[in-house]
Design a protein around this ligand. Structure first.
Ligand code: NAD
Length: 362
């Protein structure tokens, strides 16, 4: 099985390539295709990255080659990590509408090329932001079951980690999913949280303690306030900003910590790549595993009694040919209301591209 990484020399792309080899997800008989842009710095760095990876991992590296045109992408799994990112500076614009305008052309060029020249079976893992736009564009061209955005899986892993830290447990003892839109508009589903070793009543007590009497009715305002406070603090003392995050409840930390990490200049490339490689590993493995991901829904799940359609992060079964089933039970009322608002905001973002709920091909 072969993997292509689009935007291989970017911060995320480079980490994805490194972790694919380092974690031995790709056997030596497979091929890793590094995809860059022709001409200039990208072309030079793509060849350079190939040489560096071979230098580092010669004994167990897969075959590594370079492609510089969307039509030359050949792989079973394609990781879309190309395109612009929000500036990694304190107060830098995180305007997803502007990102959408910038990255639409990148999504579209690869979607068209894969539809025309691909095998018809590639599965695409979308990392580039806005993840929801990337998923909509690629699903429209390739079919919705072959495209999954990794943002909801990364958010899910972060939610589990933050709960684990608060309870003094390891992450693998925590279950539960984050759905919705990647970024500040995510929906951590407390109703899906499971804690191994705790019965129903103990779990309910633990979750109530962690939520500190809050509901999602005020979550949007809490996030905006948290970001304002962090920006003010980070200007003089970034350490104090991270310390402040530690005092907040887990669902707020899930949004605030990666936001601050990106704004600190470090970006979130390592964790993003790790969650992406998890999904690639699952796709290559041949087994079906429940993950969360941004997918194009067509009424497979209902929330608040309404069938969900369009792009949304949701728990899905992922296997070698893409995602199949959606495993989303009716959430709690405040969660359902936030999911529906979030779905509407994604839809608004997609409408200018003709990819709102009404325009998404299924
Ligand atoms: N989903 C997530 O959780 C998550 C987390 C972090 C970053 N991201 C997103 O991932 C994307 C990459 O982030 P980054 O930090 O690596 O950015 P980066 O600027 O470091 O790298 C982007 C790379 O894309 C390449 N590129 C641009 N257009 C291309 C094209 N048409 N073909 C091939 N390559 C092209 C650039 O040359 C560059 O190497 C961004 O959209 C960012 O917002 C997503």
């Amino acid at each position: 099985m072969d993997v292509a990484v689009l935007g291989a020399t970017g911060d995320v792309g480079r980490q994805v390539c490194t972790q694919l080899i380092e974690r031995r997800v790709l056997p030596t008989s497979s091929r890793l295709q590094l995809v860059g842009r022709p001409g200039g710095a990208s072309e030079r760095a793509t060849y350079g990255l190939r040489a560096d990876l071979v230098d580092a991992y010669d004994e167990h590296a897969p075959l590594i080659d370079v492609a510089l045109s969307p039509r030359d992408v050949v792989a079973d799994v394609v990781v879309m990590a190309a395109g612009r990112t929000a500036p990694a500076t304190a107060g830098g614009s995180t305007d997803r509408a502007q990102l959408a305008a910038d990255n639409y052309a990148v999504f579209e060029s690869y979607a068209r090329a894969l539809a025309e020249h691909g095998s018809g079976h590639e599965v695409v893992v979308v990392v580039s932001n806005p993840v929801e736009l990337g998923v909509a564009v690629l699903a429209n061209a390739l079919g919705r079951h072959r495209v999954i955005g990794m943002g909801a899986w990364l958010d899910t892993l972060r939610f589990r980690s933050e709960i684990a830290v608060s309870l003094g447990l390891r992450r693998h003892r925590i279950g539960g999913f984050v759905v919705g839109q990647h970024g500040a508009d995510l929906v951590p589903l407390w109703s899906t949280v499971r804690i191994s070793g705790l019965d129903l009543a103990e779990r309910r007590d633990a979750v109530e303690g962690l939520r500190r009497g809050r509901s999602f009715e005020t979550f949007g305002a809490e996030i905006a306030d948290a970001q304002r406070r962090l920006l003010a603090l980070a200007a003089d003392d970034i350490g104090a900003a991270f310390d402040l995050i530690d005092t907040w409840p887990p669902d707020l930390r899930v949004v605030a910590r990666p936001w601050m990490t990106h704004q600190s200049g470090a970006k979130t490339a390592t964790a993003t790549a790790s969650a992406t490689v998890d999904l690639v590993d699952t796709l290559l493995d041949g087994r079906e595993i429940v993950v969360a991901g941004q997918v194009v829904l067509d009424g497979e799940a209902t929330v608040g009694g309404r069938p969900l359609a369009g792009v949304l992060g949701a728990p899905v079964v992922l296997g070698p040919e893409g995602w199949t089933r959606v495993l989303l039970d009716e959430p709690a009322p405040d969660e359902a209301a936030r999911v529906l608002r979030c779905r509407d905001r994604i839809d608004e973002m997609l409408v200018p591209w003709g990819l709102g709920r009404a325009g998404v091909a299924t």
